[in-house]
Design a protein around this ligand. Structure first.
Ligand SMILES: Cc1cc2nc3c(=O)[nH]c(=O)nc-3n(C[C@H](O)[C@H](O)[C@H](O)COP(=O)(O)OP(=O)(O)OC[C@H]3O[C@@H](n4cnc5c(N)ncnc54)[C@H](O)[C@@H]3O)c2cc1C
Length: 475
């Protein structure tokens, strides 16, 4: 017996459809999550700030319902952005507006493009279906662990851009939202960095977890925000063959077996969670700077996952107990401090500091093994002192536990890179039913707003924000 999912043009057709298939019967029906009642046209077109997953799917949803928005992106189109990022990795010349965090496609463009999520939202299938269509990977929709790969994410961006244009949306690159203009607690306009003011009453804020300048502006404009926990640590890298042999045992190397992945988690005696984050089988470690004099790292892989190396964040949860309560942006400053320390350890010119895994555990210098890092250079360094001592100790505790769970994980061939700090947003923009609680007409969505984490859940959050705008138009 097997189940087939199909969507019907209108409710009540289930029996008619099943009558056409021998022994078929409806097992479950659910309303089309994208169904909206009749609504009036808005006087002013909505504005969406940020072309990451949240902003792109918010813009696509509005446009598909016949309300094409203006989509603002501070960075560049994916073609130019890819060149800017490659230039940074080659020469260490950072463009603060076009980099691994900023530009068409958002933070996830230079990533493994894992489309796994734990949110049980009916829109997940729609999001994965759209990635399958736009990235040209039909099988994605039925894979247990779908991943797009950075190479196909660029195709996705191009195809999404074409679709938006075709639906009448306007997409502006190099257009940074610098100011939200509000009157009487309601949004009246979006002001760009070049001073242009765009009248609007519906502004979707999908700026991601790295738009520190925009978050500061919002706080000053009266958007209610709160600090929230996130996680920091290092990125660990191993030869993929080692991880395959640990995970697959004797079967390792058998044709058809995908590069092995892992997921690890433990609670340290301090009560802090230590876990693996954004694991990239067959991937590369990358220097993911967006702000000057800061060195955050992350991981990515191509659809083929064939780099020969496996990497993952190994991070520990931090909260205002670590970065101080009372100041909403204390977590952002804490993140910045960690990244500045890593930057200095890397030689102060965008080198990525790295240390032998066993050397970190034994607190002594050991040779670095060859790895696969996309960075101006990798600098052998003692990573101790980048993180607060309590966090560093809990990471050591976690790594030892992971060595017990995966025999061979604690290997001379393991390398740690610093610093893994952009794990999620350190703040949450408070909202009710997707709208800011203090600025009417502002819809904070996605990872930067602190309401989602990961490509799929950010995209779903963007769609929900757009649907809320349409719902209000049908009030
Ligand atoms: C290297 C890396 C690898 C990752 N790998 C994965 C993965 O494999 N799977 C997964 O699920 N998640 C992954 N993530 C996380 C994922 O990318 C994010 O959760 C997701 O992209 C968040 O989407 P978003 O749209 O909320 O924000 P973002 O993707 O951050 O997009 C925000 C966009 O807004 C733009 N912007 C910022 N400020 C302004 C402004 N003031 N005006 C106009 N535009 C602005 C930015 O340039 C950016 O394009 C990864 C992240 C990174 C950095």
């Amino acid at each position: 017996m097997f189940a087939v999912e199909c969507s019907l043009r209108s409710p009540g057709l289930e029996d008619a459809v099943c009558s056409r298939v021998a022994n078929a019967r409806p097992v479950a029906t659910r309303p089309d999550p994208l169904r909206i009642g009749k609504f009036r046209r808005p006087a002013l077109r909505p504005v969406v700030a940020g072309a990451g997953p949240a902003g792109l799917f918010a813009a696509l949803t509005l446009a598909r319902f016949g309300v094409p928005p203006l989509l603002l992106e501070r960075g560049r189109p994916v073609e130019e952005r890819s060149r800017d990022v490659a230039a940074f990795w080659k020469s260490g010349v950072l463009d603060p507006e076009s980099n691994a965090q900023f530009g068409e496609g958002g933070a996830g463009t230079f990533s493994d493009g894992k489309l796994t999520t734990r949110i049980g939202d009916p829109l997940v299938a729609h999001v994965i279906g759209t990635f399958a269509e736009f990235a040209g990977i039909p099988g994605l929709a039925v894979e247990a662990k779908p991943h797009v790969g950075t190479d196909r994410l660029r195709d996705f961006c191009r195809r999404m851009r074409e679709e938006l244009f075709w639906l009448g949306a306007e997409v502006r690159f190099g257009a940074r939202l610098a100011e939200v203009v509000a009157e009487g607690g309601s949004v009246r306009a979006a002001r760009l960095a070049d001073g242009e003011e765009i009248p609007c009453t519906d502004l979707v804020l999908a700026v991601g977890h790295s738009a520190r300048d925009t978050l500061r502006m919002l706080l000053a404009r009266g958007a209610k925000m709160s600090s929230k926990p996130f996680a920091v640590g290092f990125r660990v890298e191993h030869p993929q063959g080692l991880i395959d042999s640990i995970q697959y045992g004797k079967a390792a190397g058998r044709p058809g077996l995908p590069p092995a992945d892992y997921r690890l988690a433990v609670r340290a005696p301090s009560g802090r969670g230590v876990y693996s984050f954004c694991m990239c089988p067959g991937g590369e470690v990358l220097a993911a700077s967006s702000a000057p004099e800061g060195m955050p790292v992350n991981g990515m892989s191509a659809q083929a996952r064939n780099s020969g190396f496996a990497n993952s964040g190994i991070v520990a949860a931090v909260s205002d107990a670590d970065f101080g309560a009372g100041d909403v942006l204390a977590g952002v400053d804490f993140q910045k401090l960690m990244e500045a320390r890593a930057f200095r350890k890397g030689g102060g010119d965008y080198g990525v500091p790295a240390m032998n895994l066993l050397g970190f555990l034994e607190r002594k210098d050991r040779n670095l093994c060859r790895g696969k890092a996309l960075a101006p250079r990798v600098v052998r360094a003692n990573l101790s002192g980048i993180l607060p001592p309590a966090v560093e100790e809990d990471l050591r505790f976690g790594l030892r536990k992971f060595g017990d769970a995966m025999r061979g994980f604690l290997s001379q061939e393991g390398t740690l890179y610093a610093v893994e700090s952009r794990t999620s947003s350190p703040v949450r923009v408070e909202r009710e039913n997707y709208e800011s609680v203090t600025l009417k007409g502002l819809y904070p969505v996605g990872e930067g707003a602190g309401h989602a984490g990961g490509i799929v859940s950010s995209a779903v959050d963007g769609i929900r924000g757009a649907l809320r705008i349409l719902e209000k138009l049908s009030d």
